[in-house]
Design a protein around this ligand. Sequence first.
Ligand code: TYM
Length: 350
Amino acid sequence: KKLVFSGVQPTGNLHLGNYLGAIRRFVALQEGNDCIYCVVDMHALTAQLVHEDMPSQTRSIAAAFIAAGIDPEKHIVFNQSAVPQHAELAWIFNCVARIGWMNRMTQFKDKAGKDREQASLGLYAYPSLMAADILVYRATHVPVGEDQKQHLELARDIAMKFNLDYAEHISRTGYGVDITVGNEPVHAYFPMVEPLIGGPAPRVMSLRDGTKKMSKSDPSDLSRINLMDDEDAISKKIRKAKTDPDGLPSEIDGLQGRPEADNLVAIYAALADKSKADVLAEFGGQQFSVFKPALVDLAINVLAPITGEMRRLMDDTSHIDAILRKGGERARARAEVTMRQVRDVIGFLY
Ligand code: TYM
């Protein structure tokens, strides 16, 4: 049984990239594992300090989790700020992480833009809070889209440095776990985080430009399919999606140098739970005039029930609020077990 953790920010609308790269995979991981899924509202402050609609954005991510098929009774669904232990561990990690490590984060460079002096300290420290989210449960498996890979490598570096710096204290308190790093057995406190980046669509690209990631911040709404889009919008966006003039190849190799074709095939494969090779075996040699309508039907078949259920859940917020409240209580109890030990390892009197 693996301990799985992942988070999604309550900023803007969820799009197909969030669904295929993350949420759909959260659902699949429930079987046989212990999963904790979090709406990371504290991270959302790094994008925008004042949110008029923080409560409804938070609820809508939780509603998407439930509508997609996450079971909040068997697993844990909660919002980050309800568990202050995340922030407490993040502070300790701020002292473990080195500024040089943070300076290499490409997401920080992108988001901070040209005037880096004006970026918030929170945006800079974002990956340290993310490491705390995972490690406050000592989770080992983290399903994310490819854009989060560098952050998870940093989480490993933080865990490793904590384990080394506090090695003696960890042995003295007896809280360590035996793990192997490379081939070396190590008596460590925090486990090594393993990113789960995979499936046919770890990086869903913009429908307008196959070299850019599908993202909430793209000014063109035609570039992405939002989880809340209705059938007409989905159909229009796929019909208008950029393609090249050729038909679909029969082999994967034929997608090289054709980012838009590759993206649409990857989206089809992920929605159908197939591999890209399977999709090409079916559609190889066909024109986009045949493939796109099939993709529209598939996308609507998969997304419409989720959208409908999200709307229903958002109509009466008491159900979602109860799920978040209970999830928060369970998460707090588990996070506190770790924090008591961490305080002890460090030597904080408590
Ligand atoms: P966020 O909220 O930006 O995105 C949520 C998830 O969606 C994935 N994703 C994509 N996957 C494929 N193609 C795309 N175009 C695409 N766009 C987004 C993201 O990789 C992510 O898995 N830092 C995280 C949230 C976070 C977190 C954590 C994740 C905070 N703490 C701890 C894992 C563990 C983020 O901003 O995701």
